[in-house]
Each structure stands twice: as structure tokens, then as C-alpha cells.
Design a protein around this ligand. Structure first.
Ligand code: ADP
Ligand code: MG
Length: 681
């Protein structure tokens, strides 16, 4: 997303001092291929080594202190290759004992009466620091006070990587993207200073300042790209009026194995109105998982066929493509010729398929982004549908447009996105929503209990198990952590449930298991060899066990509404009544409100709106799982106010025409190139 021409004149990586072929290979493995990549390889975290006053430090906290060595260090060896070094230092009249485990080499470096800086965990009652690092200066230098920590690999260490980045940032001239006016208006730094600070900020406040500028820059560039594209799409007059045969379409709908829900009917009508009109449809179809979007898509594709047009359905993964192809073949029978084109369709098979497509023998082509390769040519395509559309960024839209395939477009998504956010992220588009599940599905009954009522909840769960059903028990974290001491430890919960129910029937799933182990556990749950699955949120993705009708979410107030909603969606997948019990004793207003909302509604749309309203620091909602565009620094959810500002500013620049003047040539070229050359991920 952020792969850009950042710098003014070319600067090959090989120009960097100390970068030989070996290190270059490692950098490549880290996905660093150009100096731009290197500059944008931001630290994953920063280590704060600012010296503090020991009198003010909390017990058990990480501290950095300066003091004078007043004992000769001693080293004791024990076990295999283990050692403990002990040295005493005087910090502000406080005598502190420092121990360093497994760093015996420090002994040779430490001299009596020398000033050293030590970082470690402060144990007040013992007047002891469990040291992790030692610096041999009187006070640590500025750059050591707030250190960037990069994700690294074998073959490259923190320091040389840091030095390479420092060198590059010193050598190159960085383009300024934002106008002076904009920077002044929103108090933003220059891009050059910003990038330097993102790596080498001297303290947290300067880092936050840099992050703010960079986040705005990313969002602004994104909005410019998208709104420019919207304008190009709107101004080209490739509108297709689809004259479908309504009688045939009605017959098709009647032959479906079920009756459409009212919400599905409404969506079909809205889409058909667009199809018939001499405009290019640009519509988002939203609906929770299981709300029946695929059928709506099928009806539209069928209508296109009756008007003599082909359709394309693009999905983000091969598995999804295969699943869609299967269900569409079932729905269409032999009325439509459906074909599947993914990366694994190759050689002769692919060649034949492309010939048929060009000759108009294929009515509906389903595939991954393999659909937008150069040699994929339709005879006459009248509708492009993308499922989980967020995965198709602006680049894919650009490519489609250039193929002349950007006719009527329908985006489908299962992530209920608040309307304001949807517009900022996807541009002005019409929205159809399926806010209703097919008949016969019972809404999940959600209740909220305090921790004291845990026993009763267990009884409720037992009752479900006795009916032959299965249950999920969800727990926030894998290991108990210092900061969240009161968070139930998933392993402890697992063990206590094993004791309560007997060992055989309780399974454990968490992120630290290998993929194979996870698969095995899921398979066993799916086969009903396990009754209760104790799990962290890893269970969220793509799990379908209809016999599971009970979910208990432990410490539910630790999760955001979106996550709770997605978790809850694991039950309620059969004709049996399902239950979701939230166990939480929230202390904040937000926590209480969140629990209350969950018990009041199962509507993902409403929840997503409320989630955005309530969002505060510490919320667990992740952009990754929502499928919204992902930026290096910006977060469309957390920074959505900023996103709206960026949207307005970008809109202004484009609508006023200023964007198309010479002053913006550089930015235009850059955005254009970026559109064409950023790869799909
Ligand atoms: P999604 O919106 O998640 O893509 P699907 O289209 O896959 O949902 O539909 C989920 C299931 O519901 C499918 O098995 C589909 O056949 C079924 N379905 C869709 N619409 C209806 C309906 N109106 N009545 C009953 N079942 C339906
Ligand atoms: Mg679907």
C-alpha cells in the first residue's frame, strides 16, 4: 500500500556502506528490495531507556538507572551454560544489587568506581535490579534512550540495520507530498523529519507527532488515489443498460429451493434498478455471514445472461472461488455455463477456457485476481461482482477499468462497516443491506453474567451438553500477563474445566499451537470427539460446527463489540436454539455499555456503528480481521476522524481542479505509478 517513490534521485541499496551480498539477501527476505522499502521498514516497537529516579519507580517495573560500581562483580556458574553475575552499584545514595543472568562476559568490562547505566526490573523490597542491559557510559546517549527495535532475521542484527537506515535517511532527499498549506493547517511535520523520527525519535512525544503526520499522509494519499479513480470511472461513459428478461428471471427465482427473504428481495430490486438504468452501477451489498448474498449475486448474473452479457465474480482466495463455483453450479443447474479461473488453472486447460470466454461460451467466470490478468478477455462483460471487496484495492479497480471491464460493479462484504467509514474507505457508492437472516434460524440468545455467577453458567452449559450439543469457552489471553493479572488464563480455565467435566471431552486451542495441532483440535471438535472447546480468539476464522450451540465468553469486556459479534457468530448455525453467555464484571461505563448492547442486538450493522462511537483506547478491535485497508501507521478505525478530514481535503483538491495543475504533476505521476505497480497481497 505504501510502496512509493519517496526519494528524489535513485539510490540503489548496494550503495549503502557495509551492505554486502549476504546481508542484501537477508534484507530481500524481509521484503526489502529498494531503499524506499528500507526507509519504510519501521520499527515494530521502541525501547525506552530513559533514566529515571529510583525513588519514584514502581516495584517490579522496568527501570533504567545510572550509578557507580562499588563492588567487583562476581560470576557464579550453574546448570549447563548458565551463569549469574552480581555487582553492586550506588544509585543516588541507594545501594542496589544488580544481577545479570547468562551475561558472564560483562565481568571483564566492569571496572570498580566506573559509572554505568543499567536497565532491568526493579525489585524494591530486595533493593535489587534484575538487569537486562548495561551501557558503559555515564549517561546513555540520546540515541540509546529511545531505541527502535526492528523485526530482524538471522544474518542481520539490530545495530547494522539501524545504521543502514540512518545512512540512507542522511543521504537521500525525500519528496514532500503535502502542500505547505495543508501542513500548516493541520500542524504536520515535513515528511523528511517524519520519517527520521519514525525510526530515531528521541522520545515518545516526538514519535507520536511523527506517527500523526505519517498517518495523515497515508490516509490523504489513499483518498487522493481513490477519489481520482472514482472520477475516472464516473467520467468514462461505458454505462451498460442491461435489458434482462424479467419473466425468465422470475422463473429462476421461483425454482430456487427456498423463498427469498424480504431483505434479499429488496437488494435484488435495488440492483436491478441500477442495471436497467443508463448508469454504471457502483453498489455495495452488505450482509452478515449466512445472510444469503450469494443467491442475490446468482440472480443478478442470471439476469445478465438473459440480456446477453457475461459476468465475473472475483474473490480473494482460491478456496473461496472453489466454494462459490460449487454453490453457483448447484443454483444454476445447466442454465448457465460457469467456469473457474484461479492461479492453479494452467496450460491447455487455461488456454481453452480463455478461448471459450472470448467466444462468449462462458456465462459466468469465477476466480481470484487471476481474472484481471492481461490475457483474460471477455466477449462482453456486463457485471463484475467482488466478494469481500476490501481485498480488492484501488489497484485492482484500476486494472479492471483499463481492461474495459469496469462496467456495472457490485461489491459484497460480510463485514458490517459503518456507513461513514464505508464511504471514506470505498468512496461514494450506493449501499444495499441484508439485515435479516433466512427463515428458520433462531436468533442467538445472549445474556450477561458477573463472575460470581460462573457456577450457574456452568450448569447452563452442562444442560446443553446433556442434550448432545457442544460448547465454546472463549478466553482473552494465552498467558497471564503482568498488566492483565485479573484476566483468566486460558490454560488454567482449560484445566479447571477438565477437572469439572473429566479429561476426555475438553479441548484447548490457542495461537501458540502449530497449524497442525490447531487443525487436529478443530477436526476433533468438528467430529464431536470433544464437547467443550476452550479457546482464545483464534477460533474466529472460518469455523463451522453447527452442533455447537453454547458459547461462554470469559472476561468479555476485554473484547470490542466487533470481535464479540464475530465470536458469537460461531454458534447459531443450526435449527437448534443457541446461547451466548458473556462473563464480565466491567468497571468502566464503556464496558458496561458494551455488555448491555451485546445482549440487546444481534445485528452486526448496529453493533459496528456503536463500536465506532464507543471506540476508545484499549479496544481489541483489529483492522486486520475486519478486512479494511491496512496502512503502515494509520488505522482507519482508530484514526477515522483523521480519515474523514483526509477525505474532505482530497476531495477538495480534486474537485477544485487544483490537483490537475502543474503544481501537482509530481503527485499525480506518483499516484499513477503506484496504482499500476503495487502488487496484490
Ligand atoms: P453469505 O451471505 O454468507 O454469502 P450464503 O449466500 O452463503 O450467505 O447463504 C448461506 C446459506 O443460506 C446458504 O446455504 C444458502 O443456500 C442459504 N440461503 C440463502 N438464502 C436463503 C433463504 N432466503 N432461505 C433459506 N436459506 C437461504
Ligand atoms: Mg458469502
Amino acid at each position: 500500500m505504501t510502496k512509493v517513490n519517496l526519494i528524489e534521485s535513485p539510490y540503489p541499496l548496494t550503495k549503502i556502506k557495509g551492505l554486502g551480498p549476504k546481508r542484501l539477501a537477508v534484507l530481500n527476505e524481509l521484503n526489502i528490495h529498494t531503499v524506499e522499502d528500507l526507509i519504510l521498514y519501521l520499527p515494530m516497537r521502541y525501547e525506552d531507556n530513559t533514566v529515571i529516579d529510583l525513588n519514584q519507580a514502581d516495584d517490579q517495573s522496568m527501570v533504567t538507572v545510572v550509578g557507580e560500581v562499588y563492588s567487583t562483580p562476581t560470576v557464579a556458574f550453574f546448570g549447563r551454560n548458565k551463569s549469574k553475575l552480581t555487582v553492586h552499584i550506588m544509585v543516588n545514595q541507594i545501594a542496589v544489587k544488580c544481577v545479570f543472568f547468562n551475561q558472564p562476559y560483562l565481568k571483564k568490562k566492569i571496572e570498580l568506581h566506573q559509572m554505568v547505566t543499567i536497565k532491568g526490573k526493579w525489585q524494591r523490597n530486595k533493593q535489587e535490579i534484575n538487569g537486562t542491559r548495561m551501557f558503559f557510559q555515564q549517561s546513555n546517549t540520546e540515541e540509546e534512550q529511545f531505541e527502535p527495535v526492528y523485526r530482524i532475521k538471522e544474518g542481520i542484527k539490530q545495530k547494522p540495520l539501524r545504521e543502514m537506515i540512518r545512512q540512507v535517511l542522511q543521504d537521500v532527499t525525500i519528496h514532500e507530498w503535502l502542500s505547505d498549506e495543508l501542513r500548516k493547517k493541520y500542524k504536520l511535520e515535513s515528511l523528511s523529519d517524519t520519517l527520521k523520527a519514525l525510526h530515531f525519535a528521541k522520545d515518545k512525544p516526538s514519535l507520536m507527532k511523527a506517527r500523526r503526520t505519517y498517518a495523515f499522509t497515508e490516509l490523504f494519499m489513499f483518498e487522493l488515489r481513490m477519489q481520482w479513480l472514482n472520477r475516472l470511472e464516473k467520467s468514462s461513459d461505458e454505462a451498460v443498460e442491461v435489458e434482462y428478461n424479467i419473466t425468465l428471471v422470475k422463473q429462476f427465482i421461483e425454482r430456487l429451493p427456498f423463498e427469498l427473504t424480504d431483505a434479499q428481495k429488496n437488494s435484488v430490486n435495488e440492483i436491478f434498478r441500477d442495471l436497467k438504468a443508463p448508469i454504471r452501477m457502483h453498489r455495495l451489498l452488505q450482509g452478515d455471514v449466512g445472510s444469503g448474498k450469494t443467491v442475490v449475486a446468482a440472480i443478478c448474473m442470471y439476469a445478465l445472461k438473459t440480456a446477453g452479457y457475461q459476468s465475473a465474480l472475483m474473490v480473494p482466495t482460491e478456496i473461496l472461488a472453489e466454494q462459490h463455483a460449487e454453490s453457483l453450479v448447484q443454483l444454476f443447474g445447466d442454465t448457465m455455463n460457469v467456469a473457474l479461473l484461479t492461479g492453479s488453472v494452467k496450460g491447455k486447460k487455461r488456454k481453452l477456457l480463455l478461448e471459450q470466454l472470448k467466444a462468449g461460451e462462458i456465462d459466468c467466470l469465477i476466480g481470484t485476481h487471476a481474472l484481471i490478468q492481461d490475457d483474460v478477455v471477455f466477449q462482453q462483460v456486463g457485471l463484475v461482482i467482488t466478494d469481500e471487496q476490501h481485498r480488492f484495492g484501488v489497484n485492482q479497480r484500476q486494472l479492471l477499468r483499463e481492461k474495459g471491464a469496469m462496467t456495472n460493479v457490485l461489491f459484497m462484504t460480510a463485514t458490517p462497516i459503518p456507513r461513514t467509514l464505508a464511504i471514506s474507505v470505498f468512496g461514494e457508492m450506493d449501499v444495499s443491506s441484508i439485515k435479516q437472516l433466512p427463515k428458520g434460524r433462531k436468533p442467538i440468545i445472549t445474556s450477561w453474567s458477573k463472575h460470581e455467577a460462573y457456577e450457574q453458567v456452568l450448569n447452563q452449559m452442562t444442560a446443553e451438553l446433556q442434550k448432545g450439543r457442544q460448547a465454546y469457552v472463549i478466553c482473552p489471553l494465552i498467558e497471564s500477563s503482568e498488566h492483565l493479572e485479573d484476566v483468566q488464563n486460558v490454560v488454567a480455565l482449560f484445566e479447571s474445566l477438565q477437572q469439572y467435566y473429566g479429561e476426555q471431552r475438553v479441548g484447548l486451542l490457542h495461537g501458540k499451537l502449530t497449524a497442525d495441532e490447531k487443525d487436529t483440535v478443530m477436526q476433533r471438535f468438528s467430529n464431536h470427539e470433544i464437547d467443550i472447546l476452550v479457546s482464545t480468539t483464534v477460533v474466529e476464522v472460518g469455523v463451522n460446527v453447527p452442533n455447537a450451540t453454547f458459547m461462554m465468553i470469559y472476561d468479555a469486556d476485554r473484547f470490542g463489540l466487533s470481535t464479540l459479534h464475530q465470536l458469537r457468530g460461531r454458534v447459531g448455525r443450526s435449527e437448534h436454539q443457541s446461547y451466548c453467555v458473556l462473563i464480565a464484571s466491567p468497571k468502566t461505563e464503556t464496558g458496561i455499555e458494551r455488555m448491555t448492547i451485546m445482549t440487546q442486538t444481534t445485528d452486526g450493522f448496529e453493533l459496528s456503528e456503536r463500536d465506532l462511537e464507543m471506540r476508545g483506547p484499549g479496544d481489541f478491535f483489529g483492522v486486520k480481521q475486519s478486512g479494511l485497508p491496512d496502512f503502515l501507521v494509520a488505522n482507519v478505525v482508530e484514526d477515522y476522524k483523521m480519515l474523514e478530514v483526509a477525505r474532505d481535503e482530497a476531495g477538495e483538491l480534486i474537485q477544485s481542479g487544483a490537483f490537475f495543475t502543474d503544481a501537482y504533476t509530481h503527485l499525480r505521476v506518483f499516484i499513477e505509478e503506484n496504482l499500476l505497480h503495487t502488487s496484490f497481497d
